[in-house]
Write a protein of this length. Structure first.
Length: 437
């Protein structure tokens, strides 16, 4: 089986090394040896260290490489939308199988790739696109096809999980924890895709598409990052017996009119320490899957890095190569359900709201009245004085309110109305609460 490798960076170079070091085992598992037909790179002469490959296989013409008749499988480790999409569509329409780790492309335009695969008759595998080495997508794609998945909740970005874990452990603020993550190599020089939730949103779209047999794109995902999470929020979560995680949550359920829909969102949230995801620390990933018959399933492990991602890529290469030798194709995309995506405003959530209020009689009643006006039920209230203690002078107080479940639009409207009360000096923070806390 002859492979065309697109890209030879952190992941691509690890793929080459694993192909070399495990060549005998891979050949035995597939039934034929794997050979590298070519490696497309931007700069052929770049120093890539000691790679166990003939320099003659490098090319700067990826289109020519994917069109070659002697290529069976195309492995894409470049990332981005274009030109990767054009290369892969060309390969798939020509009947070649494709293995990719490109979460951004799959989330933005996965339908085009699936259509091209159906047209050409090849396989499209992408286990490495979500959660690195963790075997997650194939269980959703194959193992759970006899069941009905109801919800997928996950920590799918290692950078943000490291930052939030550091804030929880040390009491540091966001900026300090981000600086530590950067120094240790967990965060990119430009961490926007991670800390603003774009990376997790792309992965959430892929997970929802597989879990609910519906094409879900990145634009369908409600996204919020962690840049507004403060040390005070983390301390407040601890006081409630919770921790804060950036979660991707994909759920299947009924809309207000009774139609079955899916809800897909990414945002920081408080979860109780008893939740299976609460103990996931550092840069690890974990995904919690709930299904009607199988119950609750947990997938955990390293979610990024060259070697873990390359491991997932090679697993896909083995699968598609065996299919080609057998003259068969894996099951095509399952999008038969075609469920509408529910707007974020209709999602049922809970809020943790921290208010800086004037400490005088009637304040709590006024605040409670705002919640009642928007039909939002209060679960708990905690108050602590933050004022000067001078007799006869209004003092400030911290008021922390946790709500019961309500539509997100009602909760957002409640927060907006609270900002308009003359007794509320500021809405210090707003975080959603997940789990049973």
């Amino acid at each position: 089986m002859r492979l065309a490798l697109l890209g030879c960076g952190t992941v691509g170079s690890e793929v080459v090394r694993l192909l070399h070091s495990q060549s005998a085992d891979l050949a035995a598992r597939i039934g034929a040896p794997l050979e590298i037909a070519g490696i497309a790179v931007r700069r052929i002469g770049r120093d890539r260290g000691e790679l166990p490959v003939d320099p003659a296989v490098f090319t700067s013409d990826p289109f020519d490489l994917v069109k070659r008749d002697d290529v069976d499988v195309v492995v894409e480790c470049v990332g981005g939308i274009e030109p990767a999409r054009s290369w892969l569509v060309e390969a798939l329409r020509a009947g070649k199988s494709v293995v990719t780790a490109n979460k951004v492309l799959l989330a933005e335009d996965g339908g085009t790739l699936h259509d091209a695969a159906a047209q050409g008759g090849g396989d499209l595998y992408y286990e490495a696109a979500v959660a690195g080495a963790i075997p997650l997508l194939r269980p959703l794609r194959e193992s759970l096809h006899g069941d009905r998945v109801t919800q997928v909740t996950g920590i799918v970005n290692g950078t943000t999980n490291f930052i939030l874990s550091a804030m929880d452990t040390t009491g540091a603020g966001f900026a300090e924890a981000l600086a530590e993550a950067t120094d240790l190599g967990y965060a990119e020089a430009d961490p926007t895709a991670d800390v603003e939730g774009f990376d997790a949103a792309a992965k959430a779209a892929i997970l929802a598409s597989l879990a609910f047999h519906t094409r879900v794109g990145a634009a369908d995902v409600h996204r919020e990052g962690i840049t507004e999470v403060t040390a005070a929020d983390v301390a407040s979560a601890k006081a409630m017996g919770c921790t804060i995680k950036l979660l991707c949550i994909a759920a299947r359920g009924a809309a207000a009119d009774g139609r079955e829909t899916v809800s897909v969102r990414v945002h920081p949230a408080m979860i109780p320490l008893t939740h299976p995801l609460a103990s996931v620390g550092d840069a690890f990933n974990a995904v919690f899957v709930e299904a009607e018959a199988a119950g609750q399933l947990m997938f955990y492990g390293p979610g990024a890095g060259g070697a873990p991602t390359a491991s997932a890529v090679l697993g896909d290469v083995v699968a598609v190569s065996r299919n080609r030798l057998a003259g068969v194709r894996a099951a095509s995309e399952s999008a038969y359900a075609d469920l509408p995506v529910r707007p974020m405003g209709e999602a049922l959530t809970r809020y943790h709201i921290s208010l800086d209020v004037t400490d005088r009689p009637g304040v709590l009643a006024a605040v409670a009245g705002v919640f009642a006006q928007h039909d939002v039920s209060i679960a708990t209230v905690r108050q602590g004085s933050a004022g000067s203690g001078v007799a006869g002078r209004d003092e400030d107080a911290d008021l922390v309110i946790v709500t019961h479940v309500a539509p997100d639009a009602a909760l957002a409207a409640t927060v907006q109305a609270l900002r308009g009360l003359d007794t509320v000096r500021s809405v210090a923070s707003v975080l959603r609460v997940e789990g049973s806390a």
